[in-house]
Design a protein around this ligand. Structure first.
Ligand code: 5RP
Length: 223
């Protein structure tokens, strides 16, 4: 990742921290996503740790970073309601529909996002697209169903590639689906989730972000 992109990610992360700060109370639980942009956010969140109770994390990697920053991490089962969830994206549209899962954390990300009152997306402006699908869609599958699911994804018009060497935090595998035409993101999200053997797919349309801060060379863009 180049330093320009890093400065844009940092700007988005700082904006998200400023956005959530007045919304935090000593009882607040903050949902935290996964990825390089979120890593900047975790570093910002460390400065606010006296203002909230704990974080719920979407991955082992984010948990490690949160703990290293001295932020209390609790399980989702111990915290039924989250004030806010902050996460990155691989693609985002003007409707704030997203593709996520480049870091293979999509399932836990979707779960934690579902428990939050508000989803704040942070990214650099290169993630903004008119239509989802340029970024290969990650699909988490039960290992024994990899070939079966791949055949169904071909029937849907995609070219699934097994992300070999990657095992998710849930012990599953990832298929990255290239060239999928996603004209109705919510419908495609349901359709892929309904395939036997699919744990979760990386379309976030039924749970689109509520607000997005995108770092750009001319400043922050808010969607
Ligand atoms: C991880 C994700 C990330 O949010 C997404 O891949 C963006 O990552 P980055 O901030 O490193 O570009 O969905 O599963």
């Amino acid at each position: 990742m180049n330093s320009t992109n890093d400065s844009l990610k940092l700007a988005a992360a700082q904006r998200a921290a400023a956005y959530i700060e007045p919304r935090l109370s000593r009882e607040s639980i903050v949902g935290v996503g996964t990825g390089s942009t979120v890593n900047f956010f975790i570093d910002e969140l460390a400065n606010l740790k006296h203002l909230f109770d704990a974080a719920v994390s979407s991955s082992e990697a984010s948990t490690d970073r949160l703990l290293a920053c001295g932020i209390n991490v609790v399980s989702l089962n111990a915290s039924p309601r989250l004030d806010v969830y902050v996460d990155g994206a691989d693609e985002i549209t003007s409707e704030r529909n997203m593709i996520k899962g480049g870091g293979a954390a999509l399932t836990r990300e979707k779960i934690v996002a579902a428990a939050a009152d508000e989803f704040v997306c942070i990214a650099d402006i290169s993630k903004r697209v008119d239509r989802l699908g340029g970024f290969p869609l990650p699909v988490e599958v039960i290992p024994m169903a990899r070939s079966l699911v791949a055949r169904h994804l071909v029937d849907l018009g995609g070219k699934p590639i097994w992300r070999e060497q990657t095992v998710t935090d849930n012990g599953n595998w990832i298929l990255d689906v290239h060239d999928l035409v996603i004209s109705d993101p919510a419908e495609m999200e349901s359709r892929i989730n309904n395939l036997a053997g699919v744990v979760c797919n990386g379309i976030f349309a039924q749970q689109a972000a509520d607000i997005a801060f995108l770092g750009g060379p001319d400043g922050l863009v808010t969607i």
